[in-house]
Write a protein that binds this ligand. Structure first.
Ligand code: SF4
Ligand code: SF4
Length: 356
């Protein structure tokens, strides 16, 4: 994914596609589900997946609603893999069984993200560690794909400290942990209370992934304090959200813009919409779109971006040891004299200049 994102800026890095809007839960903070709609017909979904592949999409994520309610989800995953994209799934995990996990293995699923909002379910969310614990243990034993557990803080979450316990349990099972911030109905952040902010910082510091590392940066710091960020959102170009009607939207929180049918979406639309200014960008909390933007800023200025991230982190936490991925990148891009021939080969593979 990283290599393909580096090679060209003309294709979507990530597309989220909705195979069914219905959900088996009803979380109080959610505006992405209904209680009655039918699954999108499989033939229609396959056509949409093929179209995303034709546009050069690197990662196709099945989301919802609750995607495991789609009767032919395995077939959709298999088609994504056959088309050469990475297949990922965002689910509440409630319908996972041992058999289903094995079927996901066989279909070629690359990655699953499960949200766990609290330790014991309450009126705001039933996605509790108690309800999911058995399924997480099955995943740890059986899954041949990567597993990330996402917890949330923000308005409506009564016990923010649960997010830290969830993240620790995820790590103890060998999974990655991330944390999301509940946003308003337009995807905008509000300043978090101190207790929630502290939890975000602690959860992010547990993770060794490149994205979490970079997100611990000033950008995330601003979001949790409700301070506007200065960045360009490339939704519509590098990130697409395809609803159950087959329309392309910037993201789940900005539906209706641009609202063009996927079958009519062209390379020209990718370029124009990706470049368009979005007034919602300064207070945006949609982390997967931030991550695609981070890849682009890395692509356009790898040395400056990486040096800036490392410098700010070291200023905050003297003596901090970066995770492996960051050490590897810093060897590639910053330690010019030590890099040698293998580093040059790696840069060539990524399609990046081998000279500073
Ligand atoms: S499980 Fe997910 S899609 Fe369903 S209501 Fe909760 S947040 Fe929304
Ligand atoms: S800035 Fe982009 S990702 Fe964020 S809410 Fe606006 S359109 Fe969506």
């Amino acid at each position: 994914m990283f290599a393909r994102a580096m090679q060209s800026s003309r294709h979507p890095i990530l597309a989220q596609i909705v195979p069914i809007r219905r959900c088996n839960l009803a979380c109080a903070y959610c505006n992405e589900y209904d209680e009655a709609s039918d699954p999108v017909p499989t033939e229609t979904m396959l056509r949409r997946i093929d179209r995303l592949a034709d546009l050069g999409t690197t990662i196709i994520t099945l989301s919802g609603g609750e995607p495991t309610l789609h009767p032919e989800l395995d077939l959709l995953i298999r088609r994504i893999r056959e088309k050469g994209a990475l297949a990922t799934l965002i689910t509440n995990g409630i319908l996972l069984t041992e058999d289903r996990i094995r079927r996901f293995n066989r279909a070629g699923l690359d990655y699953i993200q499960i949200s766990v909002d609290n330790i014991v379910g309450d009126e705001s969310s039933k996605k509790s560690l108690k309800a999911l614990e058995r399924r997480l243990v099955w995943l740890a034993a059986l899954a041949e794909f990567d597993v990330t557990i996402n917890s949330v803080v923000g308005e409506g979450i009564r016990k923010p400290e649960d997010a830290l316990l969830v993240a620790r349990r995820a790590r103890s099972l060998g999974f990655t942990s991330t944390i999301g911030i509940i946003h308003d109905h337009l995807g905008q952040s509000r300043r978090l209370e101190d207790s929630h902010r502290e939890v975000v910082e602690q959860v992010l510091s547990l993770s060794g992934s490149l994205f979490s590392f970079a997100h611990f940066d000033q950008f995330q710091e601003h979001i949790i304090r409700g301070i506007p960020n200065d960045w360009h959102c490339r939704a519509g170009g590098r990130f697409l959200y395809i609803c159950e009607e087959g329309l392309v939207h910037y993201c789940s929180q900005q539906r209706g813009r641009p609202g063009i049918p996927l079958e009519d979406y062209t390379a020209h639309d990718l370029e124009t919409e990706g470049k368009r200014e979005k007034i919602c960008a300064p207070l945006c909390t949609i982390s997967c779109v931030h991550q695609t933007a981070m890849l682009d800023s890395f692509r356009e200025g790898p040395r400056e971006t990486l040096a800036g991230i490392l410098e700010r982190r070291e200023r905050r936490e003297p003596g901090f040891q970066p995770p492996f991925t960051v050490r590897l990148l810093s060897w590639l891009f910053l330690d010019v004299r030590l890099r040698g021939v293998f580093g040059k080969l790696a840069l060539k593979f990524l399609g990046l200049p081998t000279r500073p």
